[in-house]
Ligand binder design. Structure first.
Ligand SMILES: Nc1ncnc2c1ncn2[C@@H]1O[C@H](COP(=O)(O)OP(=O)(O)OP(=O)(O)O)[C@@H](O)[C@H]1O
Ligand SMILES: [Mg+2]
Length: 211
């Protein structure tokens, strides 16, 4: 059963050009989705709508069968969606443990160890970690939050190829082993091949293919 449904969604920023034209798709828990498409085609816009950062001009987005507008966008953001960004967006004067503790009542260290950080790294200021390690902290923060949807906007955009593969594998594990619904925006065809389903966005239309 789908956890999230995009139902005939249209969106434009200025009423002149439709960034999304009647886009529909079903997303399931336990799967990883990749959104591919040229710069400016609306990938971030679509991710923002899934995360309840904005509302579609037309159509609706359903979470567990309920329109997220009726759930309440702020409740949806708090309970159902966790974001991961290209530039990590951690609180930079805190340690990984403190960053994760902000979204979780669970002890942060086991979650950080699960994504590959040592206890010492988890207690360092986040700015003293590599980009790959900082992105692991962002993944731990998303996992700590209980949200079923992990929405990642170019999470490997700042990382070298090998680290990008590791981070993508980790996100895939979040989907397959933890039953999260993971959506990754990427410019990399190679990373998109790791996904279960690829959404190709072009001129406002969405094409869906299964890997
Ligand atoms: N706040 C905004 N106000 C007006 N137009 C916007 C706004 N945000 C985005 N746009 C426009 O909407 C279109 C889609 O933008 P979006 O950021 O979703 O693209 P994208 O596919 O994520 O691109 P990239 O790969 O470069 O990140 C672009 O033409 C962009 O200029
Ligand atoms: Mg973008």
């Amino acid at each position: 059963m789908s956890i999230m449904k995009i139902d005939g969604v249209c969106y434009s920023y200025d009423n002149k050009r439709n960034v999304l034209k009647n886009v529909s798709a079903d997303l399931e828990a336990g799967k990883m989705y990749a959104i591919l498409g040229p710069s400016g085609c609306g990938k971030t816009t679509l991710l923002s709508l899934l995360g309840g950062l904005d509302s579609p001009a037309d159509g609706q987005i359903l979470f567990n069968g309920k329109n997220i507008e009726s759930i309440g966008l702020s409740t949806h953001r708090k309970q159902n969606a966790a974001f991961i960004f290209q530039s990590y967006n951690l609180i930079d004067y805190l340690t990984p443990k403190e960053n994760v503790a902000l979204t979780s009542k669970l002890p942060p260290l086991p979650i950080l160890e699960k994504v590959g950080l040592t206890e010492e790294e988890s207690s360092r200021n986040v700015l003293k970690l590599s980009g790959g390690q900082q992105q692991r902290v962002a993944i731990a923060r998303a996992l700590a939050s209980d949200a079923k949807m992990i929405l990642a906007d170019e999470p490997t955009g700042n990382l070298d190829e090998d680290t990008a593969v590791e981070i993508t594998d980790m996100l895939k594990e979040c989907a397959h082993k933890m039953q999260k619904c993971v959506v990754i925006v990427t410019h990399s065809n190679e990373l998109a091949r790791q996904a279960d389903v690829i959404f190709r966005l072009k001129k406002g239309d969405l094409r869906i293919s299964t890997n």
